[in-house]
Write a protein that binds this ligand. Structure first.
Ligand code: FEO
Length: 396
């Protein structure tokens, strides 16, 4: 049990080994934590649990700290299995303990575990007295990032238990934001936002305004993954507001896959041309077949323009590009520009297809696209440089 503040303790699990999350969907280069919190006031309250594989270990550890019968209430802020996964193991010991959750979480908890537990629905503004003059105030966080997501606020100690919001997949023995490497922390925080919260950006902005309007003092933001924000916790709220506002840095990213190096050569020369058109812009190139997809999506999130490249295969594009284009469409990026390029030998549909996909994903095309028949020669390389230079100027 690690103290958080006064009678609040961290009882979660640090998962140093995790490298893939959500099945294989999300890379976790720095592991993660499943944060669970125990409040010991006149009432004893458990907030969230841990991922299913650690259920037994978690419950055993908790039993060494307290008699499980002492737990008066369990709060499940979100039904996803990384937070509710230890419930079946825990409820074997205390089957009648009331669980508080959002209306939608009744569906997700029942849907996952098919058990008849004492589920009690709370909505925004509802309060739970926990003694010593303190209470938990609930705030629904619908679609941040699941329909069942919820946060709760502990009065007196001024702690916001925000669940997934403001989290990071970041394992550390240092529980607090001021004790870890700041570059690593913000790299994981922006990756988390880009890959999980981007589609819900309009709701993020609205919800933050709603929470700030309550004028609750916030000393600590305790999310369900990664470090706890105790040093200037509002800094991550301000980052979220920035990220939610069609975030763009002065960066252009080129994403491509290549069969016989022709499309790679195009990419590199287009990049050189962009630099001529806009010497200030940051340019990054990624071969989508060789780069982690979540890292790519984070770079897309940071970019003001993205160039998509693929040679033509079977009248279409290479598979790694098809997968990333689908991921990009799902994240609903806004306010970004795009262009497409690629080599071909025979039919040459790739650029048209990439253009269609980019427009469907909400990007604004700044060029018709550049198709190159066979391997680029000197003249074609000049065309690539010119294409890049025009894009550099148009996206300044
Ligand atoms: Fe960390 Fe949506 O679960």
């Amino acid at each position: 049990m690690i103290p958080v503040k006064n009678n609040v303790f961290w009882v979660g699990k640090t998962d140093w080994e995790l490298r893939r999350f959500h099945g294989d969907e999300y890379s976790t280069h720095r592991g993660t934590t499943y944060n669970s919190y125990l409040i010991k006031e006149e009432k004893t309250v458990l907030i969230d649990t841990v991922w299913k594989p650690f259920a037994r270990e978690y419950v055993e550890k908790l039993r060494r700290e307290i008699d499980l019968e002492e737990i008066d209430f369990i709060i499940i802020n979100h039904g996803e299995i990384d937070h509710s996964g230890a419930l079946p193991e825990l409820m074997e010991h205390i089957p009648n303990t009331p669980i508080y959750c959002s209306e939608n979480a009744v569906q997700s908890i029942k849907g996952h575990y098919h058990k008849e537990w004492d589920l009690n629905v709370v909505k925004t503004g509802d309060k739970l007295e926990i003694g010593n003059g303190k209470e938990l105030v609930f705030v629904e966080m619908k679609l941040l990032h699941w329909p069942d997501s919820m946060a709760c606020y502990l009065t007196g100690d001024n702690i916001l238990f925000s669940n997934d919001a403001f989290g990071q997949h970041y394992a550390s023995e240092n529980l607090y934001n001021d004790l870890v490497d700041q570059c690593e922390l913000f790299e994981e925080a922006i990756k988390y936002y880009a890959n999980i919260l981007t589609p819900f950006s309009p709701l993020v902005d609205k919800k933050i305004k709603e929470i700030l309007a309550l004028e609750l003092p916030i000393d600590i933001i305790a999310p369900s993954h990664g470090v706890i924000w105790r040093d200037n916790p509002i800094q991550i709220v301000e980052k979220y507001q920035k990220w939610a506002a069609n975030y763009r840095e002065n960066q252009i990213t080129l994403l491509y896959d290549t069969m016989w190096e022709g499309t790679r050569i195009m990419a590199e020369n287009i990049a050189g041309g962009i630099k001529q058109g806009d010497p200030e812009v940051e340019i990054k190139l990624f071969n989508t077949a060789k780069t982690d997809k979540n890292d790519i999506l984070t770079e897309v999130f940071r970019s003001k323009a993205v160039l998509f490249g693929s040679p033509t295969i079977n009248r279409s594009i290479l598979m790694s590009m098809a997968a990333i284009m689908d991921g990009i469409e799902g994240l609903k990026f806004k306010g970004k520009k795009a262009a497409s390029f690629g080599c071909y030998g025979w039919s040459g549909e790739a650029v048209g297809k990439l253009n269609e996909m980019a427009m469907k994903a909400g990007f604004e095309l700044v060029e018709d696209g550049l198709k190159n028949k066979w391997m680029p020669d000197r003249k074609n390389i000049e065309e690539c440089i010119g294409f890049g230079e025009r894009i550099g100027k148009k996206t300044k």
